[in-house]
Ligand binder design. Structure first.
Ligand code: PLP
Length: 410
């Protein structure tokens, strides 16, 4: 829904090729790409090490439905990299990983209720779509037709960033809560930095209640740091949902966490989970290549610096044109709201001027910069975004800001 330009209008370019930071479309135009497959590509398009690993693996067979050494290697790497993950299960998408984590939390605790936060997106499974972000935010619908009242009945949605409301819910004692799931840095309603102490407060509240804390690190995992948001903020969840970067641009995702909890999954335990293409050898080879690059290049300081200079220059351009804006950033994860700052939560994100974002988006597209086609999505950098690409984005940003200001004034 988002890639179809529903939120910004117009017709999307059809992509024929990607090369590092650049996309090529079917009409022969080029764009500096700040979507990077919605954050899956930490090393840019067609990174040779990843392409070669996938090519080689495909030559040996594309799917076996039987164990391979490479999937064990990938699992070991995930356990080594993500602080709280002791055991891990491979799946094919972030949606599937979040579903698996929720089922496991319910199965282990024997409780039905799931608590999520307004604006956080955990894929498109029925129980998790309530007031979620991404395409659901783009189209302004709190749920979706096709989800029964029963499927959503055990989901409670709380406002982002307010530990007091979480505490109140737990103290009310009315709900048997299996887990609290969140994006530790929400990035599907635009980027919302977690308020100081919020993640630690959730850890304390859930631990006291025997409720599992689930970090959905599909975006933040291997992007904020090697060990994700849990490493950056020093908070250990019970379960972690992973995807995007760990698949190197292929369908590969995972959920993992405490050994005693993960051991309840079939076949060791009674809680069912399966998938024909789970641990797919081509996706696993690409994922291993991507995570090897993470270890070899340690790209995070450089990505943070690039994000800092790009956001500072864009903020200057918008201020110079007299456009109110909030530039929310955590490390290399950032997004721009056309609103008076601050934009701390989902309500403020929704109240931003999304028509102005659409005008800015098109002004940038005309100048060869492909931004996320919705003001509710994060902007993504890769290691392939060098000085030249950043300069191109800043130059386009200066002109686009003036164009938007002129339209607003007319
Ligand atoms: N969780 C988060 C935080 C996401 O950003 C996404 C996708 O954008 C998902 C889950 C779902 O992942 P997928 O699209 O691979 O199903």
């Amino acid at each position: 829904p988002v890639r179809a330009f529903g939120a910004v209008g117009g017709t999307p370019p059809f992509v024929v090729r990607g090369e590092g930071a650049v996309l090529h479309d079917a009409d022969g135009r080029q764009y500096v790409d700040l979507v990077q497959s919605w954050g899956a590509l930490l090393f840019g398009h067609a990174r040779p090490e990843i392409v070669e690993a996938a090519r080689e693996a495909a030559g040996r067979g594309t799917s076996f439905g039987a164990p391979t050494e490479a999937e064990v290697e990938l699992a070991e790497r995930l356990v080594a990299m993500v602080p709280s993950v002791e055991r891990v299960r491979l799946v094919s998408s972030g949606t599937e990983a979040a579903m698996g984590a929720i089922r496991l939390a319910r199965g282990v605790t024997g409780r039905p209720t799931v608590v999520k936060f307004d604006g956080c997106y955990h894929g498109h499974s029925d129980a998790l779509l309530a007031r979620s972000g991404s395409g659901m935010a783009t189209f302004g619908i709190p749920g979706t037709p096709g989800v029964t009242a029963g499927a959503a009945a055990d989901t409670i949605v709380l406002p982002w960033g307010d530990a007091a409301t979480v505490e109140e819910l737990f103290h009310s004692g009315g709900h048997p809560i299996a887990c609290v799931i969140l994006e530790p840095v929400p990035a599907n309603i635009g980027v919302l930095p977690p308020p100081e102490g919020f993640l630690a407060a959730l850890r304390e509240i859930t631990e006291d209640a025997g409720t599992l804390l689930v970090f959905d690190e599909v975006i933040t995992g291997f992007r904020l740091t090697r060990g994700g948001a849990q490493e950056r903020f020093g908070v250990r969840p019970d379960l972690t949902v992973l995807g995007k970067v760990m698949g190197g641009g292929f369908p590969c995702a995972a959920f993992g966490g405490r050994a005693d909890v993960m051991d309840q999954l079939a076949p060791d335990g009674p809680i069912y989970q399966a998938g024909t293409l789970s641990g797919n050898p081509v996706a696993v080879a690409a994922g291993l290549a991507a995570l090897e690059l993470v270890d070899r290049l340690d790209p995070y300081e450089a990505l943070d610096r690039t994000a800092a200079s790009l956001t500072a220059a864009l903020a200057d351009a918008l201020s110079g044109a007299g456009i109110p804006h909030a530039m929310n950033r955590v490390g290399s994860l950032f997004s721009v709201f056309f609103a008076e700052p601050p934009v701390p939560d989902a309500d403020a994100a929704r109240a931003a001027d999304h028509r102005a974002y659409a005008r800015f988006f098109h002004a940038m597209l005309e100048r060869g910069v492909y931004l996320p086609p919705s003001g509710f999505e994060a902007w993504f950098l890769s290691t392939a975004h060098g000085q030249d690409e950043v300069e191109r984005v800043i130059e386009a940003g200066r002109e686009a800001a003036k164009e938007v200001a002129a339209t607003e004034g007319s």
